[in-house]
Design a protein around this ligand. Structure first.
Ligand code: ZN
Length: 488
């Protein structure tokens, strides 16, 4: 039964068996947010995808060092190394110190991730805290002949690199074609070629974020931080590098080129990319008016939303699609996810109310086997969820007495379901979290007193307890051997 984890490696374009360099240790690097605005739906998908990977690897017994960076410098408004730094711009507009902007949005991001059940990574390094490492990396690339200095800036020499290695191997782009399309732009600025990218940019006099370097007072290029910080914390060869598909080019392509230019080989063995989300079939974008922040999702305060959607509804919805498929957000789809999640959580709670028998008519190994197969098949979370829903049916049948289960099997089933639902999928029962933990025991105690009253034929007390509970929104349902309750 022991099947092995396979993951789709964007670099080889095939599913590969996952074999870490140094088991049980696994190095995982994921590109984190640029912190100049409120966290939005586009942040939720990569965070949840790699959280699932982190949780699953951990559940398999690996010791994962998960590094997810914070970009607080060097991310310019467009990918062609032009325009203002995104954080500087926000700071200028709001008359703040750039690090105030970065701190504020980093905190907002962390809080939203916590609400979404995304575990904190092992290390969360900031680009601005690793300027020395980035300067060292630029020096190495210059020494190896894959970069040149031009008017105080340093650019990566893509053509020189491509003569020895292969620029474009991740994204599948061909340098000659890229050059053909961009030839018109040649001669602009300090670059030798339009395909070259900045490793270090000389700061203009009005640029606020600047550091001294051998070349100029300036700032690092955006791609550099990930090469510098991944190798600093995970070594020159580490296992998995992840991020959104939108980062594949130029960001990840440039990272590979930088690491290879510096060390002679790519640092990451497996590259994983999650697909994008769309909203009502359209790409999300500020100009399209369909840009939704996570806070707007959680409160329902956006003109496209019919209601608020809880963090767990969003998490469950994202997990219902495979991470490499596109995912379309619509009110209808989110409402369906909300109902599905509610049904799942009710079944998990029902597990605690099942009475064991002396035989089992359900095969609990089916759950473990199908779950493991699905997760090992490139983290197929939608299949895992459909397996869970098969078990929701079984659980309800066990509860109704249509099927039986032994005490041992029930114990195992409960453990398995808890591992899958809470530990690996990272869901949480928001219904329970909303109420004080004391409500359950208190209601159970009242129902026990009511049961005694009934045994004593004290119908007045029995009815009074039921009616008073109903009045505060707790519905009591009588059964043969007691009573159940639920919050309406
Ligand atoms: Zn990155």
């Amino acid at each position: 039964m022991e099947s092995k984890l396979t993951i789709y490696n964007t670099l080889s374009r095939t599913k590969e068996e996952f074999v870490p360099y140094n088991p049980p240790h696994v190095g995982l690097y994921v590109c984190g947010p640029t912190v100049y605005g409120d966290p939005h739906l586009g942040h939720a998908r990569p965070a949840i995808t790699f959280d699932l990977l982190y949780r699953y690897l951990t559940s398999l017994g690996y010791k994962v060092r998960y590094v997810r960076n914070i970009t607080d410098v060097g991310h310019l408004e467009n990918d062609a190394d032009e325009g203002e730094d995104k954080i500087s711009k926000k700071a200028r507009l709001e008359q703040l110190e750039p690090m105030e902007v970065a701190h504020y949005y980093t905190e907002r991001y962390r809080h939203a991730m916590e609400q979404l059940g995304v575990l904190s990574p092992s290390i969360e390094p900031q680009a601005s805290g690793h300027i020395i490492e980035q300067i060292e990396l630029v020096k190495k690339i210059l020494d190896h002949g894959f970069a040149y200095e031009s008017n105080g800036s340093v650019y990566f020499d893509v053509e020189a690199y491509n003569a020895k290695y292969h620029y474009g191997k991740l994204s599948g782009r061909v340098l000659d074609e890229m050059l053909a399309c961009t030839r018109d732009l040649d001669g602009q600025g300090d670059k030798h070629s339009a395909c070259d990218f900045a490793l270090w940019k000389k700061a203009s006099p009005e640029h606020i974020m600047r550091w001294p370097s051998p070349w100029s007072d300036g700032f690092p290029g955006w791609h550099l931080e990930c090469s510098a910080m991944s190798t600093k914390y995970l070594g020159e060869r580490f296992d998995i590098h992840g991020g959104g598909m939108d980062l594949m080019f130029p960001h990840h392509e440039c990272e590979i080129a930088q690491s290879t230019a510096a060390c002679g080989h790519d640092a990451a063995h497996y590259w994983m990319h999650n697909n994008m989300i769309t909203i009502n079939g359209q790409k999300m974008g500020k100009s399209l008016g369909n840009f939704i922040t996570l806070e707007e999702m959680f409160t329902g305060r956006h003109k496209l939303l019919e209601q608020a959607y809880s963090p767990m509804t969003i998490r469950f919805f994202i997990l219902q699609a495979h991470y490499r498929s596109t995912l379309d957000f619509s009110n209808e789809a989110l409402q369906a996810a909300e109902k599905g999640l509610d049904r799942l959580m009710k079944a998990v709670a029902t597990l605690d109310k099942i009475k064991p028998s002396n035989q089992s008519t359900v095969d609990i190994s089916d759950l473990t086997r199908r779950y493991t197969e699905a997760m090992n098949d490139d983290l197929n979370s939608p299949i895992v969820i459909s397996v869970l829903f098969d078990w929701v049916k079984h659980i309800n049948q066990l509860y109704d007495g249509q099927q039986q289960i032994t005490k041992e099997d029930l114990h195992t089933l409960r453990q398995q379901i808890h591992t899958i639902v809470f530990d690996v999928l990272g869901l949480r029962d928001e219904r329970a979290a909303d109420e004080s933990d004391m409500i359950g025991p208190l209601v159970n105690m009242l129902l026990e007193i009511r049961q005694q009253a009934k045994a004593n034929k004290d119908w007045a007390t029995s009815d009074q307890i039921r009616d008073k509970l109903t009045a505060i929104g707790i519905r009591v349902k009588d059964r043969k051997d007691g009573a159940d309750w639920e919050i309406e």
